[in-house]
Design a protein around this ligand. Structure first.
Ligand code: ZN
Ligand code: ZN
Length: 211
């Protein structure tokens, strides 16, 4: 599987624009999944162009939660491509969206790709079942990293977690994982890096992670 961070608070590649928000492209099993859309469509599309990721190639869009820094680029993407859109129940997508799936409980999205379901009434995380075990992609982890890990464990022993961890500081919960990429809104990136230097992967727009 290949993950490209398109939109992030920092930039891992100099030519890309850093801005508060999150989006990444997941290429797995022949599917291209856009996870969240950042805060601004112009930055999202600009970074995609520099990364040579064409919006036309997106097979489905997954929105983790209804906050502006994850949904802001959605209407601009929909002007170019209008694929299946998985959103948490309670979020009203832009009118242009044609193929909307409102998620409540855990659902299968494609082969070996699932949603945890909306946790704590706010956010869903994406699960990709790789050969090494499930990987979790999280937007801001508002339900709490502990709750997300617990929900994800129904898919097997998780090996990787990437995304925004917000104020998460219960570091021992990360012990079981092999790969941890805390980025976007994560407040304690330095502590996580210090505790788990071998698991830690630095995020930022332009970062490509192949697992
Ligand atoms: Zn949020
Ligand atoms: Zn956020």
């Amino acid at each position: 599987m290949k993950i490209t961070i398109i939109y992030d608070n920092t930039a891992a590649v100099e030519e890309l624009t850093a801005d508060w928000g999150f989006a990444c492209l997941i290429e797995f099993g022949g599917k291209n999944i856009l996870f969240d859309t950042g805060a601004r469509g112009d930055i999202l599309l600009g970074n995609m162009e520099k990364l040579k990721n064409s919006p036309e190639n997106i097979d489905l869009i997954f929105i983790s939660h209804a906050h502006w820094d994850h949904t802001g680029g959605l209407s601009d993407i929909l002007k170019i491509n209008n694929p299946k859109l998985y959103i948490p129940k309670g979020y009203d997508p832009p009118e242009a969206a044609k193929n909307v799936i409102k998620v409540t409980g855990s659902v299968r999205i494609a082969e070996n790709i699932y949603s945890t379901g909306v946790l704590e009434n706010i956010e869903q995380s994406l699960i990709v079942k790789t050969a090494e075990g499930p990987m979790i992609i999280a937007g801001c982890s508002h339900p709490g990293v502990g709750n997300i890990l617990k929900a994800a464990s129904q898919f097997g022993k998780c090996f990787a977690l990437l995304g925004g961890f917000h104020g998460f500081d219960d570091y021992k919960l990360l012990e079981e994982l092999t790969v941890v990429c805390p980025t976007h809104c994560t407040q304690h990136i330095d502590e996580i890096k210090e505790k788990y230097p071998k698991k830690y992967i630095e995020g930022g727009a332009g970062k490509v992670i192949e697992l």
